[in-house]
Design a protein around this ligand. Structure first.
Ligand SMILES: [Zn+2]
Length: 110
């Protein structure tokens, strides 16, 4: 079963319950329980929709990597034969000019 199929089934179940409950004489407790359960079903549908939105962005690992690339990291000083240069702390590439991002891996640089 897919998430969309589950969402449709839950929505249909809610609708059927509402139709069944219409015209029924419920006690306050029954009505309270009915509303709580309907709220739980509505919450489950919105939770599924939220999960689908996150999956459209990417996996948790991909989002984590993207966030880490956006956090500025200090360039690594590389001294060689009396010359100083700076490298990307992630991939070791020398940034082009004064760029704030590594042109190879996309890491933000301070
Ligand atoms: Zn890099």
């Amino acid at each position: 079963m897919t998430e969309n199929e589950a969402k449709k089934l839950i929505a249909k179940f809610c609708e059927d319950r509402m139709n069944f409950a219409r015209g029924k004489d419920m006690s306050d407790k029954e009505l309270k329980d009915f509303c709580k359960f309907s709220d739980a079903l509505t919450l489950s549908i919105s939770s599924l929709e939220e999960i689908q939105q996150y999956r459209a962005i990417g996996t948790v690992e991909e989002c984590w990597e993207a966030r880490e690339r956006q956090r500025g990291k200090k360039r690594v000083l590389d001294s060689y034969c009396g010359f100083n240069s700076y490298e990307c702390p992630v991939c070791g590439t020398e940034p082009v000019g004064g760029s704030n991002y590594c042109h190879k891996c996309g890491q933000r640089l301070e």
